[in-house]
Design a protein around this ligand. Structure first.
Ligand SMILES: Cc1cc2nc3c(=O)[nH]c(=O)nc-3n(C[C@H](O)[C@H](O)[C@H](O)COP(=O)(O)OP(=O)(O)OC[C@H]3O[C@@H](n4cnc5c(N)ncnc54)[C@H](O)[C@@H]3O)c2cc1C
Length: 390
């Protein structure tokens, strides 16, 4: 009996077990038993970040929103290497990890995501809280705990950035604290949610107004200290005392060192419409670190979990097409809409012909996300836990 060629291949290596990387590994392995798939991801748990607000507020539990990779990958024939990739030698088709392991690959998927960026603003790195991943929750909870110990109305929380994360967090924090702290939302641009649909923006505006959250537009953060923040806005320079400043105002791609270097476009790795590096078609790049190598902005994919999951599913087919020597298809992003969490029990959503706000939108948003958790059995388990909860 002859051994299929794919049996003899070096593994397919996926770097980063976020939305894009995990979807790729699961979708590829679901259909193709070979070659081996290795997922390199330093974290122990996958985090479903769109539901991080509900984890913070206690509306959902850790096992629902942040399952371990061990549970997600169990019995699926994917090896999880809990390590951090430092560098990739594109010519030799090898990579080096932080613990000095060297791995070779037949095809590579890079999906290392983004991390908060402070743009070098004084004091942000040292004094601001973050809301990006699981480890950010404990310091934030501690800050909220301190606020609840003070007389109601005597504390101020400042959130920098009125994109989706800042707006959603502002509403959730207000509800969690039951109005015990004043919340100030600071935005450099001239409107909140610049990339959102008009319907969602209007609903968010209402949700902020209803809670008395102050929104400062056209306002720049100049410096942050442990107890104050220097702002510059339409009324000039202002110093605001704070009891906690949460930074949601920017992120930047997190790309391992590549040799030979690839010229970045807007800080991201430019890829073909098949999500491949032009110079190395055996390398796919997905999610928040990828940009379509076209200067036409209309062809750029959104930086979202939705796009990352679709790219992961596309990549699984692309890996197989490459094994078979087939021509790669172009990736086409399908916009399924946008959902915003607007406080406890409230949300707004638009997409696929639906515009909905209020408690029903909240339930639909949660159900949609929970059933999309990678690994169907877990998704159903999570959805079930919610459906039976009061
Ligand atoms: C608070 C918050 C709420 C959000 N809400 C929504 C939402 O409601 N809807 C939506 O569509 N999008 C939302 N997003 C955006 C969405 O989460 C990202 O666009 C999406 O996660 C990008 O997927 P990714 O796979 O590219 O990266 P990620 O999901 O960030 O995954 C990257 C993974 O790579 C790993 N990694 C990084 N560097 C290395 C390395 N060198 N070696 C090995 N592994 C590495 C990381 O540990 C991480 O697990 C939200 C983001 C945040 C922060």
């Amino acid at each position: 009996m002859t051994t299929p060629a794919s049996d003899q291949l070096a593994p397919i290596v996926v770097i980063g077990g976020g939305f894009a990387g995990l979807s790729t590994a699961l979708a590829f392995r679901h259909v193709h038993p070979r070659p081996p798939v290795v997922l390199i991801e330093p974290r122990e748990r996958f985090v479903f970040v769109p539901l991080l607000y509900e984890l913070l507020s206690g509306e959902l539990q850790g096992w629902e929103v942040a399952p371990t990779y061990a549970s997600l990958l169990q019995g699926r024939g994917i090896s999880h290497v809990q390590d951090h990739v430092k560098s990739i030698d594109l010519k030799a088709r090898t990579l080096q990890t932080a613990s000095a392991q060297t791995l070779n690959y037949s095809q590579l998927v890079i999906a290392t995501g983004a991390q908060p960026a402070d743009f070098g603003i004084q004091g942000v790195h040292e004094h601001a809280l973050r809301f990006h991943t699981l480890s950010d929750l404990a310091p934030l909870r501690q800050c909220l705990q301190q606020v609840t110990l003070r007389p109601s109305g005597s504390s101020t929380l400042v959130i920098a950035g009125a994109g989706a994360t800042g707006v959603e967090l502002a509403c959730k924090l207000f509800d969690m604290l039951d109005g015990a702290a004043a919340i100030q939302l600071v935005e450099l641009g001239e409107q909140i949610l610049p990339r959102s649909r008009a319907f969602n923006r209007e609903q968010a505006q209402r949700a902020l107004e209803k809670r008395g959250i102050t929104v400062r537009l056209n306002t720049r953060v100049d410096a942050v200290s442990p107890t104050s923040v220097n702002l510059h806005g339409p009324e000039g320079a202002v110093t605001l005392a704070h009891d906690g400043l949460i930074w949601t105002a920017g992120s930047r791609p997190k790309i391992p060192d590549l040799s030979p270097a690839v010229t970045l476009q807007g800080g991201r790795l430019p890829v073909t419409s098949a999500l491949r590096l032009e110079s190395h078609p055996e390398v796919m790049v997905l999610g928040d670190i990828a940009i379509h190598a076209s200067h036409d902005e209309a062809s750029h994919w959104p930086l979202s979990a939705q796009a990352a999951i679709q790219q992961g599913q596309f990549a699984a087919k692309g890996l197989q097409a490459h094994l078979n020597g087939g021509d790669p298809e172009p990736f086409i992003f399908r916009d399924l809409g946008e959902m915003l969490s607007l406080g406890i029990g409230d949300a707004s959503l638009t997409g696929l012909g639906i515009t909905l706000a209020g408690p029903l939108a909240f339930k639909l948003r949660r159900l949609t996300y929970l059933t999309r958790l990678p690994g169907l059995s877990l998704g159903l388990k999570a959805a079930g836990a919610w459906l039976v909860s009061p």
